[in-house]
Ligand binder design. Structure first.
Ligand code: KMH
Ligand code: ZN
Length: 286
């Protein structure tokens, strides 16, 4: 990557908004949200709609035939292929999985050869559970992304995770693709709060040159989206993070959450980034 390319990509991040959709997490099920995509057909249909609505990246968790979260490698590989065939979205697989997933299964996610993956930089209380990310696991997962050329997105649930991100980059160097791109995940019960002050504080602590998106869980969704746009960040939305469009009004699906984020991005005069530009911006290999 030459200096001109880096400059160009930096400009892109200031003039356009990278919108990531996280259509399905590992927690809620169809009983809580009938519109949640849990089959491959539903996921592909949602992904296509979300791309049309302005998303450029899809953050993926998958389910088994009973609708339960799974990290089954064959199913993940089939999902990556199906999303590539039917959309131009950057396919980012979750390596966080569910709180019950083993470190081995989470490392093996990379064998499904996604464009990108999430990489959480620390352990966090997760409601009544613990989302475990000890340092040796983070280090191993990061080294594997470098070996395989998978672009990591650093998921930061708490301010301490930012210190770990600095340590990771200091010890192991730059990520695949060259860009340090982070997602501030706010409003998890046990993590950093979902409000504007926290978004600004967290963004200020990131490594020089890093770019970031923010997401707010549940009712933090709107204030965090507004704060991220105001502070020059990017956006992540979707039913992994919130099942409601507004108080008392369930989301009809992921596309309307993406559509609202796109409207906000256009209003801020940083319209949604195209999928091609997102690939250049993140350094995803062709
Ligand atoms: N489901 C959470 C325990 C990620 O995707 O990388 C972890 C999570 C983070 O959703
Ligand atoms: Zn996730």
């Amino acid at each position: 990557m030459d200096a001109g390319h880096v400059d160009g990509d930096a400009r892109l991040g200031k003039s356009a908004t990278l919108i990531t959709v996280a259509p399905t997490g590992a927690e809620a099920g169809k009983e809580a949200a009938p519109a949640l995509p849990v089959t491959l057909l539903e996921l592909v249909a949602t992904a296509k709609e979300c791309q049309a609505a302005g998303a450029a990246v899809v953050h993926v968790h998958i389910r088994d035939d009973r609708g339960q979260p799974t990290l089954d490698l064959a199913r993940l590989t089939e999902t990556v292929a199906a999303l590539r065939e039917t959309t131009d979205l950057v396919v980012q697989l979750s390596t966080g999985g569910a709180v019950t997933d083993s470190f081995g299964d989470r490392l093996a996610v990379l064998d499904a050869a996604p464009d990108a993956c999430s990489l959480t930089c620390g352990t966090v209380n997760f409601g009544d559970e613990v989302f475990a990310n000890p340092w040796p696991f983070i280090r191993r997962l990061y080294a594997r992304t470098q070996d395989l050329g998978v672009v990591p997105e650093f998921e930061l649930f708490d301010l301490g995770h930012i210190a770990t991100l600095h340590r990771l980059l200091d010890e192991l160097g730059a990520p695949a693709g060259g860009r340090v791109h982070c997602d501030l995940v706010t409003g998890v019960p046990g993590g950093m709060p979902g409000d504007a002050a926290t978004v600004v504080q967290a963004a200020a602590g990131l490594p020089a040159g890093a770019t970031w998106s923010a997401t707010g869980i549940g009712r933090a969704s709107l204030p965090v989206m507004l704060a991220a746009v105001a502070a020059g960040g990017h956006l992540r939305v979707g039913m992994e993070d919130t099942l409601a469009y507004a108080r008392g009004r369930p989301a009809s699906g992921n596309a309307e959450l993406v559509e609202r984020a796109s409207q906000l991005a256009r209003l801020a005069q940083r319209p949604p980034m195209s999928t091609a530009d997102a690939r250049a911006f993140l350094g995803v290999r062709a």
